[in-house]
Design a protein around this ligand. Structure first.
Ligand code: SIN
Length: 288
């Protein structure tokens, strides 16, 4: 049986807070479908006052698709799908501290990420989200038409290289350096969301290296324009965490940015990341 979700939008472009559901419970298929529908509609959804063990977070996430095991960031002992995102008081750099979407450096990027707040600083540590569907909508017809014919090359090489942001040492996170050739994958610069049909820009300041078939200098000019355009404040919302808060964002149409504005304090989150169902499973689900 479906349970009633109370949904309250938090900003014009994206984001809604949902109450009336305990994510640690064994939720019905109808309630999961309602949550998925809210995610697709609002692009990022927030829940408050949850209490999730790592196993319960895995169980909830797995209702939406197979869970990703990050190739460079070690998961929890015994629960490899759970990535602990920790900034210790002595750390200078935080994880996710720049605009990005998750895992576009894979051949099949993750569709969503579910982040649970365990411990927060006394102030700061909010996360910003930006709708890439709104960013696409705001472009001129001419630039939309140009981008729709283009692909971009994504790779983990920059972010997880020895010099990369994420590979720099943090007190409590085990981040491996991507050594040698880590693979480059090509994705369309405009994604059509498979569930809503809505178009969104799909470029990623952390992982997009260049536009396929373009010179580096040409690529840089257009990508820099888009990276700047995509973070316009009118496309964003901001989430202030409390212990027990959960954010679930759609990586196909949302960028996020973990603010690094709490020096000397600890912040501890747990993330599971949802991959798409394999195409073969989708076919059998559709046939049911
Ligand atoms: C992330 O980029 O997944 C981390 C976001 C956050 O810690 O707020």
């Amino acid at each position: 049986m479906s349970q009633t979700l109370n949904i309250r939008r938090v900003a014009g472009a994206l984001g809604a807070e949902i109450s009336g559901v305990d994510l640690s419970a064994s939720l019905s298929d109808e309630t999961i479908a309602d949550i998925r529908h809210a995610l697709v509609e609002h692009q990022v959804i927030f829940f408050r006052d949850q209490s999730l063990s790592p196993a319960q977070q895995v169980a909830f996430g797995a209702r939406f698709g197979p869970l990703n095991i990050h190739p460079y960031v070690a998961g929890m002992d015994g629960q490899p799908e759970v990535m602990e995102i920790i900034k210790e008081p002595s750390d200078k750099i935080n994880f996710g501290g720049g605009w990005h979407s998750d895992m576009s450096f894979l051949e099949t990027p993750a569709i969503g990420s579910i982040l649970y707040a365990v411990e927060l600083p006394d102030w700061g540590g909010d996360t910003l989200f930006a709708s890439q569907a709104a960013a696409y909508d705001a472009l001129s017809p001419g630039l939309k038409a140009t981008l729709e014919g283009l692909n971009a090359v994504h790779s983990a090489s920059r972010e997880y290289s020895a010099q990369g942001h994420s590979a720099q040492k943090r007190g409590a996170m085990k981040v491996a350096e991507a050594d040698g050739y880590v693979g480059e994958y090509v994705h369309p610069m405009v994604l059509i969301h498979p569930e809503s049909g809505r178009k969104a820009l799909y470029v990623n300041p952390a992982f997009t290296l260049r536009i396929e078939g373009w010179k580096t200098s040409e690529s840089k000019a257009l990508l820099d324009y888009l990276f700047n355009h995509c973070r316009y404040e009118g496309f964003t919302c901001r989430f202030g965490w409390r212990p027990g808060s959960v954010a679930f964002w759609d990586n196909r149409s949302v960028w996020h940015f973990a603010l690094n504005d709490y020096p000397g304090q600890r912040r501890h989150m747990r993330r599971v990341t949802v991959d798409p169902w394999p195409v073969s499973d989708c076919a059998s689900i559709a046939a049911e």
